[in-house]
Write a new protein. Structure first.
Ligand code: 26Q
Length: 832
């Protein structure tokens, strides 16, 4: 980049003021100017999309203003910066969140109203960047929000996928995947930075040589080079000067390749090359678990990691420092093993490109890096076949071998003659074929490894990486996940937000512990009534959404029982479905029974290649079809599958829930974060002792939580004893009836084949203990219904849930990372 000798690096004040003033008039005229000069439209002629784009540009100006000031702070010498590396950032819609962060929501609404334009209508036009699968990607987005709000110098690094997570449509009850074209109208929030670009190599070979100083060095000669171009999205903190950057990399062809082919007269060959290069950032893999080693996925990981590390080294060197002090300047967090190649790439950059001695590079590298694990399933740990690695990243494989050699030497010193242990700890797995174990690479290369809830961290220490914990018990930390109250309370639930503000003032948005102040009002009839009104209004809103999206009419006074999350056998949506069938049978058997009306709502995407998950989607829709059409059930039971669960669609869901379904088999869900979003919005949880449920129950009190199911120890005993699901089916009449109906075609128009894979799997294997937990689940659900019959008590429990879930703010989680892992401190930004 060239820096021209302007008198001052700061932009002109008068220039700024015209585009950043926050009065209603200033916002209106800026909006009109943007409409005219970016969309070439006057309001009378503009489409809703054009109005939205002009408004987004108006807001972006105000973000950029803050960001310019933040950049000056972040680039100050000696400011330590947290770098969050993640293959996924599930940001969600930006407009309202940004207006709230900037504190100009009311002014903007008024400015638009004066032109006869409805802010909500423009907001509804926004395409969300779905650059993530689920929990892990959304967590990264919550963490950026908290970093910015806490004024911590930080930067997020990831991939600018052209196609994010697919849109889900439901046809004939089946999930159909539709390409996500989030960029089709352009992305008004990002700033492309074609001048910030790095070259990333793939393939080829390595060669040893002696440098001028007589040192043996290695040079990597890749046979393919791709360019990564930065695309920056501003992330504003809530009511502070700080506005951070999310820097996403887009893959492009390296020009020299084009020219080379072009000069040889092979124009189409040059275009091919361009297409191949651009493929790297083309599409997000829609699996939310590791399954097999696809080359393109490893290319994506290396691509974004290499660009990100080159970028932060460049910033450091630009300020006149040398590469061997990078760890003073940066704390680099690896969001799962997806960026774990950073361990080898940072070593390569430091040793091969910057000439550091190996030992010094290793010290810098380990001090800079830290790793978060998000998985408990051993089969979900990422491992890449060595031959693939050797072909794609030959230099990195050499480095990994060298790291492994040094590491295993250390292991052998500590445990002489324990070759079994050395083999268990090795970065290379020998299982017939050989694999690179990415979790081991990340662990060995980091100074801190953390799990995402107390239970998960305990299991990580004891079972996933026990040998590493023996080697260094202080390596492991727990940082329980959190979610941002800005998006999931303030923006998603404005009525509850207003009630909280009325009760405790508006500081709760930045300090969620303050909502504890409402607990004293839990027995106040006036407050309870207001609380109920807020919940009912949210349920009416959701009922409207359900009607317009699924044509199903639901009763807002019924119990809204909601399970939204990715579809997975371990998350057990089919257990919930069996409960629905049980209720259906009870009402049919006894039509006059006095039962609590319920609306059971599901939402979530299945990985396109996951057959059982897709069959569960079909099952839910099939049950819904029968239940909703039965006049005998009317007014008592409704079942809804809300298609295309994403951040946008999630926002009206959490506020409307009475009951939150968190029913994974104990020991399978690392944390869960939806559980926190529901509880904060005053839903009660029905849940197992799994992931963050354990901590939520501790926080809200056992009397305000519906616990059921086997504990982790009981799960293990069940398997050890020899689990026979068929025996449970034989002995439980209601369960038997429900499962037999699935098999007999009751919900599939007589088709007895459709659900056979599901039924057979449950009766013969049941790997997630659905049948074992069925009876306790159904009985606990009966308890839920009884509790709902006492609105005063229910409301009290709801208030207490919100009051006591302040610790699940992502602000608390980020403070813990900042203090105990990154050692970064807030640096307030004064907006110039
Ligand atoms: C890896 C390699 C190749 C292709 C895909 C993947 C891949 C992609 C996404 C593997 C895993 C994921 C996502 C995992 C995830 O979302 N995990 C969830 O993380 C949450 C945040 O910590 C937890 O709350 C959830 O419990 C956990 O399941």
């Amino acid at each position: 980049m060239t820096h021209r000798p302007f008198p001052a690096a700061r932009p002109d004040r008068a220039l700024i003021k015209g585009r950043t003033d926050n009065s209603v008039e200033a916002i209106r005229s800026a909006f009109l100017a943007n409409l005219l000069f970016t969309q070439a439209r006057v309001p009378e002629r503009a489409t809703v999309t054009e109005l939205y784009l002009a408004l987004a540009a108006t807001v972006r100006d105000r973000l950029i203003h803050r960001w310019m000031s933040t950049a000056q702070v972040v680039t100050r010498p000696n400011v330590r910066v947290a770098c969050y590396l993640s293959a996924e950032f599930l940001l969600g819609p930006q407009l309202l969140n940004n207006l709230v962060a900037l504190g100009i929501e009311a002014e903007t609404r008024e400015a638009l109203a004066g032109l006869g334009i409805d802010l909500a209508e423009l907001a509804a036009r926004e395409e969300e960047p779905g650059l993530g699968n689920g929990g892990l990607g959304r967590l990264a987005a919550c963490y950026l929000d908290s970093l910015a709000t806490l004024e911590i110098p930080a930067i997020g690094y990831g991939i600018r996928y052209e196609f994010g997570i697919f849109d889900q449509e439901i046809r004939d009850g089946w999930q159909v995947e539709v390409t996500d074209k989030w960029l089709q109208h352009g992305n008004p929030w990002e700033i492309p930075r074609p001048e910030i670009a790095y070259r990333v190599g793939f393939g080829g070979r390595t060669e040893a040589f002696e440098d001028v100083a007589g040192h043996w060095r290695v040079r990597w000669i890749p046979d393919r080079v791709v360019r990564g171009v930065a695309h920056d999205t501003p992330v504003a903190g809530y009511r502070v000067g700080t506005c951070l950057l999310l820097r996403l990399w887009r893959a492009e062809a390296v020009e020299s390749f084009d020219f080379q082919a072009f000069n040889l007269g092979d124009y189409l060959g040059a275009v091919d090359q361009k297409v191949v290069s651009e493929n790297i950032s083309k599409v997000l893999y829609p699996n939310d678990a590791w399954s097999q080693g696809r080359q393109l996925r490893l290319e994506q990981q290396h691509f974004f990691v290499s660009c990100s590390l080159q970028d932060l080294l460049r910033l450091h060197l630009l300020q006149g420092h040398s590469a061997d002090t990078s760890h003073h300047r940066f704390a680099v967090q690896l969001n799962d093993t997806h960026p774990a190649i950073a361990v080898a790439e940072l070593m390569r950059l430091l040793v091969d490109e910057h000439g550091l001695p190996w030992e010094r590079a290793w010290e810098v590298s380990r001090r800079a890096l830290a790793y978060t694990n998000h998985t408990l399933l051993p089969e979900a740990l990422e491992r890449w076949p060595v031959p693939l690695f050797a072909r794609l990243l030959p230099r990195h494989l050499e480095i990994i071998y060298e790291i492994n050699r040094c590491f295993l030497d250390e292991v052998r010193v500590r445990w002489p003659a324990d070759e079994a242990r050395a083999a268990r700890m090795s970065l290379i797995e020998k299982d017939g074929e050989r694999f690179v174990r990415m979790a081991h690479l990340a662990t060995v290369g980091s100074h801190a490894v953390n799990g995402v809830t107390a239970l998960h961290t305990e299991l990580l220490r004891r079972e996933v990486l026990p040998d590493f914990a023996d080697l260094d018990p202080y390596l492991f930390h727990n940082v329980t996940n959190g979610v941002t109250p800005r998006r999931f309370l303030r923006v998603a639930n404005p009525r509850l937000a207003a009630l909280l503000t009325e009760a405790v003032g508006d500081d709760w948005v930045k300090n969620l512990e303050l909502v504890r102040g409402i607990e004293t009002r839990a027995d106040d009839p006036v407050f309870r009534e207001a609380w109920r009104e807020v919940k009912l209004a949210a349920k009416r809103d959701l009922a409207g959404v359900i009607l317009s999206r699924t044509d199903v009419e639901v009763d807002p006074s019924s119990l809204f029982d909601i399970q939204v999350k990715r579809i997975h056998e371990y998350k057990r949506q089919h257990l919930n479905a069996l409960h629905v069938v049980t209720l259906y049978n009870r009402i049919r058997r006894n039509p006059g029974a006095d039962i609590v009306p319920r609306t059971v709502i599901f939402g979530g995407k299945a990985a396109p290649g996951y057959r059982m998950a897709k069959l569960i989607v079909k099952l839910i829709n099939s049950i819904a079809e029968v239940v909703n059409a039965d006049p005998l059930l009317a007014g008592r039971l409704k079942v809804v599958f809300l298609p295309d669960f994403n951040v946008t669609n999630a926002q009206p869901i959490y506020p409307a829930a009475d009951l939150s379904e968190q029913i994974s088999t104990a020991g399978k869900e690392a944390s869960g974060t939806g559980n926190m979003k529901f509880a904060m919005n005053g839903a009660l949880t029905i849940g197992t002792l799994d992931g963050a449920n354990v901590e939520i129950r501790d926080a809200v009190g056992a009397e305000n939580f519906f616990l059921f199911g086997l504990t982790l120890d009981q799960v293990r005993e069940t398997w050890a004893r020899g689990y026979r699901p068929r025996a449970i089916w034989e002995s439980d009449a209601e369960l038997q009836e429900a499962i037999n109906q699935l098999a007999a075609g009751t919900f599939s128009r007589g088709d007895t084949e459709l659900f056979r894979p599901l039924v057979d799997n449950l009766l013969d294997h049941d790997p997630f203990l659905v049948l074992a937990d069925y009876r306790d689940y159904v009985d606990t659900q009966d308890g839920v219904a009884r509790a709902f019959l006492d609105p005063d008590h229910w409301t009290r429990m709801s208030i207490v849930n919100t009051a006591r879930t302040g610790c699940f703010s992502s602000d608390r989680a980020i403070r813990e990372y900042a203090e105990s892992i990154w050692r970064v401190v807030p640096v307030p930004v004064e907006v110039q």
